[in-house]
Design a protein around this ligand. Structure first.
Ligand SMILES: Cc1cc2nc3c(=O)[nH]c(=O)nc-3n(C[C@H](O)[C@H](O)[C@H](O)COP(=O)(O)OP(=O)(O)OC[C@H]3O[C@@H](n4cnc5c(N)ncnc54)[C@H](O)[C@@H]3O)c2cc1C
Ligand SMILES: NC(=O)c1ccc[n+]([C@@H]2O[C@H](COP(=O)([O-])OP(=O)(O)OC[C@H]3O[C@@H](n4cnc5c(N)ncnc54)[C@H](OP(=O)(O)O)[C@@H]3O)[C@@H](O)[C@H]2O)c1
Ligand SMILES: Cc1cc2nc3c(=O)[nH]c(=O)nc-3n(C[C@H](O)[C@H](O)[C@H](O)COP(=O)(O)O)c2cc1C
Length: 595
C-alpha cells in the first residue's frame, strides 16, 4: 500500500517506514483536524544529542507551528531540536551552526515578518559571516495573491547559499493551503538534514516510545484554527459610525464560551466567512445548471450550491480564472493587461470585480461546474485586529470592522467577510473564529513605559484593546493616541469610551485628525508633525510607538513623518534619523499592525 509522503524508494526499514507513516499520518491529520500539538511525538534516546536548529519567521503563527512539527519529527531522527524565532539568533551562533531548518512567512509587500527582519538585516550585510560549515533547508510560506510570493523565504534561501552554506533540500514555497505541501517537505527535509555527517545513531532506535523526553518544546498551539474554527456566538453587532457617514464601521463581540481560547491585547482573530447567497445563485445561473448539481471534489460528491457558499472564493477572482477567461474570451483589454506582466495594472483591473464579472466578459462561454471550481481559490478566512482586552472584557473578544460595500456595473457588492459579519450572522448566531496571534505587537512588559499609538479608521482596534488592558492593569505608564477619520460628527468611533479613558487619566493625550472637516486634508501624520517636539521627547524617554491601519498609504506617510520628526527635533541628518528609527525597530519599540 502506498504510504503518504514517503517515496517508495526511500531508504527506510519496514519498521521505520511503518512508524514514519503513522507519524506523518498523525501529523497530517493534526494539521487538518488539530489537537493540542506536541503530545504525539515520542523522543528518541540513547545517543549523544545532535542539534538541529529550527528557526521561524512568523507573524500569525503558521510558520511557528510548522517549526514545532519539524521539531517533533527531528526528535524521531535522533536530533535534538532547538526552536526559536529568527531574530533570536546572533551571527556568531549562526557561524558555529551545523544544521539549520528555516520556516518563514512573508509579510507586507514581499517583506520579512517582524521577527525575521533583524536576522535578514544581519545576513544581508557585507559583514555577514561565511557559512561553509552550515547545512540548511528553507520552507517558505506565502500567498500567491501577493506580488512578492514567498519572497522572505526565497531571499533567505538565496543568501544562505551565497554565504557558502549547503542546501540539504530544495526550498519549498507553500501557498495559503500550506498543510499538505509542508508535511510532504518535512518528511524528506528532516531525514536529509539528519543524515549530514552520517545518520545519527539514535535514528536506528526508531521507534522508542518509552523513552524520557529530551529538550521537549512545549507547544502552545490552540485546537482551533482555520481548518477547525471555534463556533463563537455573536453577542453584539452594532454600527459605530453615524448615519451621515460614508462608511459603516461595526463593533462585534463574540462569546469565547468553553473554547479555552486565550488571547492577548495585540492579537488578531481569524473569521471564516460564508459567501453571499445572491452571488452564489447568480453564479449558478450563469453556469446554467441546477443548484443541487453535484460535483466531485477530492473524491467526494458535493452539491454545487454548498461548495460555492462555503468552500470557494467567489468575491475576489483568482489569477487562474482571470488567465483562463482571458484566453478563452479573447478580451482585448484583459489580454493586454496580462501581457504586460505588470502586477499593479492587473490589480487595478481586478479591483472591484468578482467572479461573476470575469465570467461576464464572454457570456457565450460555456463552463461546466467542475471546470470553474478548479479555477477558483479556496475560501479564505480574514484576520481582524482584536479590539478588546482579556482582562477588561472577560470571556469575550471584540472586533471593529469596516463593512466593504460598493456599487459597480449596476450591482451592489460586498466584501465577503465584512458583510458576512454585518449581514449574515445575527446576534445569537455563531461564526467560525480562531486566534491569529501577533506576538510582536504587544504592550511593553514594563507598565511604566509610555506608549504612542497611531491608529486612524479601524486602525484604532488594537489600541482600544491596549487602553483597556492598561487600565485593567493599573499601568502607570502614559498613553498617547492619534486617531482620525473623515468627519468628527459621524466617524468619531468609540468617542464616549475615549472620553472616559481620558477622564480617568488612562489616555494621557489624544490628538484627532478629521480629514474632511475642512478644505485641506488633515491626517494623523499632520498631528504628529505639529506635536513633533513632544513626540520626540516621549521617544527619548523610552516610549514604544505603534501604528495600525491602512498599509498602502497611511503607514508609509506616518513612517516618513516619524523620520522627519526624529531629524528635526533630534538634530539629526536623514541618515542618522534612519539609524534612529532602525534602532527603535530593533528594540521592538516601533511596531506595526498594518493591512
Ligand atoms: C492583520 C490584519 C488585521 C486587520 N484588522 C482589521 C480590522 O481591525 N478591521 C477591519 O475592518 N479590517 C481589518 N483587516 C482587513 C480585513 O482582514 C479584510 O481584508 C477586510 O475586512 C476586507 O475583507 P472582505 O472579505 O470584507 O472583503 P473581500 O471580499 O476580501 O473584498 C475586498 C475586495 O473588494 C473590492 N473593493 C473593496 N472596496 C472597494 C471599493 N470601494 N470599490 C471597488 N472595489 C472595492 C476590491 O476588489 C478588494 O480587493 C485586517 C487585515 C489584516 C491582515
Ligand atoms: N487601497 C485603498 O485604496 C483603500 C481605500 C480605503 C480603505 N482601504 C482599506 O480599507 C480598510 C478600512 O479602512 P478604514 O475605513 O478603517 O480607514 P481608512 O480608509 O484608512 O481612513 C481613515 C482615515 O485615514 C485617512 N487617510 C487617507 N489617506 C491617508 C494617508 N495617506 N495618511 C493618513 N491618513 C490617511 C482617511 O482620510 P480620507 O478618506 O479623507 O482621505 C480617513 O480620515 C483598510 O483595510 C484600508 O487599508 C483601502
Ligand atoms: C497583511 C499580509 C501581507 C502578506 N504579504 C505577503 C506577501 O507579500 N507575499 C506572500 O507570499 N505572502 C504574504 N502574506 C501571506 C502570509 O505569508 C501567509 O498567510 C503565511 O501563511 C502566514 O504565516 P505566519 O502565520 O507564520 O506569519 C501576507 C499576509 C498578510 C496577512
Amino acid at each position: 500500500m502506498p504510504i503518504p509522503f514517503i517515496p517508495d524508494d526511500a531508504p527506510f526499514t519496514g519498521d521505520q517506514r511503518a512508524w514514519l507513516s503513522g507519524f506523518l499520518a498523525g501529523l497530517h491529520s493534526r494539521l487538518a483536524m488539530p489537537t493540542i500539538a506536541g503530545t504525539a511525538a515520542e523522543p528518541v534516546t540513547g545517543a549523544a544529542a545532535v542539534p538541529l536548529h529550527i528557526l521561524y519567521g512568523s507573524q500569525t503563527g503558521n510558520a511557528e507551528g510548522l517549526a514545532q512539527d519539524a521539531a517533533d519529527l527531528a526528535r524521531r531522527h535522533g536530533l535534538e531540536p532547538h526552536v526559536a524565532s529568527l531574530d533570536a539568533l546572533d551571527m556568531n551562533a549562526l557561524a558555529a551552526m551545523r544544521r539549520l531548518l528555516i520556516v518563514t512567512s512573508t509579510y507586507g509587500e514581499g517583506e520579512m515578518p517582524d521577527n525575521a527582519q533583524l536576522f535578514w538585516d544581519a545576513i544581508a550585510a557585507d559583514s555577514a559571516p561565511r557559512l561553509e560549515g552550515l547545512y540548511f533547508a528553507v520552507m517558505a510560506l506565502g500567498d500567491t495573491g501577493y506580488d512578492g510570493y514567498c519572497k522572505a523565504g526565497k531571499d533567505i534561501d538565496a543568501r544562505l547559499g551565497a554565504l557558502g552554506a549547503t542546501r540539504t533540500a530544495d526550498r519549498v514555497d507553500c501557498d495559503v493551503e500550506y498543510e499538505d505541501a509542508a508535511a510532504a517537505w518535512l518528511s524528506t527535509a528532516v531525514p536529509a538534514i539528519a543524515a549530514v555527517d552520517g545518520v545519527p545513531e539514535a535514528s536506528a532506535a526508531v521507534p522508542a516510545a518509552s523513552a524520557p523526553t529530551p529538550a521537549k518544546v512545549p507547544s502552545k498551539r490552540s485546537p482551533w484554527n482555520r481548518k477547525n474554527p471555534y463556533r463563537a456566538t455573536v453577542l453584539a453587532n452594532r454600527v459605530l459610525s453615524g448615519a451621515s457617514s460614508s462608511k459603516e464601521v461595526r463593533h462585534y463581540a463574540f462569546a469565547l464560551g468553553d473554547s479555552g481560547l486565550v488571547y492577548e491585547a495585540g492579537d488578531g482573530l481569524g473569521v471564516k466567512p460564508v459567501n453571499n447567497s445572491e452571488l452564489v445563485d447568480a453564479l449558478i445561473g450563469r453556469l446554467r445548471v441546477a443548484p443541487d448539481t453535484t460535483v466531485t471534489v477530492k473524491g467526494s460528491e458535493q452539491r454545487l450550491d454548498e461548495l460555492l457558499t462555503h468552500s470557494y472564493e467567489i468575491g475576489v477572482p483568482s489569477l487562474d480564472l482571470i488567465e483562463a477567461i482571458a484566453e478563452r474570451s479573447g478580451d482585448d483589454e484583459l489580454q493586454h493587461v496580462l501581457s504586460t506582466g505588470d502586477r499593479e495594472s492587473l490589480d487595478a483591473w481586478t479591483w472591484g470585480k468578482d467572479v461573476l464579472d470575469v465570467l461576464a466578459l464572454d457570456t457565450t462561454l460555456a463552463l461546466d461546474p467542475a471546470e470553474l471550481l478548479a479555477l477558483l481559490r479556496p475560501l479564505q478566512h480574514r484576520v481582524y485586529s482584536i479590539s478588546s482586552s482579556p482582562l477588561a472584557h472577560d470571556g469575550t473578544v471584540h472586533l471593529t470592522v469596516a463593512s466593504v460595500r460598493y456599487r459597480s456595473a449596476e450591482r451592489d457588492r460586498g466584501g465577503v467577510c465584512s458583510t458576512f459579519l454585518a449581514d449574515r450572522v445575527a446576534e445569537g448566531e455563531s461564526a467560525g473564529v480562531f486566534l491569529s496571534p501577533n506576538k510582536s505587537f504587544r504592550l511593553p512588559a514594563d507598565d511604566d513605559v509610555p506608549v504612542v499609538m497611531i491608529g486612524p479608521g479601524t486602525g484604532i482596534a488594537p489600541f482600544r484593546a491596549f487602553l483597556h488592558e492598561r487600565r485593567a492593569r493599573n499601568a502607570p505608564g502614559r498613553n498617547w493616541l492619534f486617531f482620525g477619520d473623515q468627519h468628527r460628527a459621524s466617524d468619531y468611533i468609540y468617542e464616549d469610551e475615549l472620553n472616559a479613558l481620558s477622564r480617568d487619566g488612562v489616555l494621557s493625550r489624544l490628538d484627532l485628525a478629521f480629514s474632511r472637516d475642512q478644505t485641506e486634508k488633515i491626517y494623523v501624520q499632520n498631528r504628529m508633525r505639529e506635536a513633533g517636539k513632544e513626540l520626540y521627547g516621549w521617544l527619548e524617554e523610552g516610549a514604544h510607538l505603534y501604528v495600525c491601519g491602512d498599509a498602502t498609504r497611511m503607514a508609509k506617510d506616518v513612517d516618513a513623518a516619524l523620520h522627519d520628526i526624529v531629524a528635526e527635533h533630534g538634530g539629526r541628518t536623514s541618515d542618522q534619523a534612519e539609524d534612529y528609527v532602525a534602532e527603535l525597530r530593533r528594540g521592538k519599540r516601533y511596531l506595526r499592525d498594518v493591512y
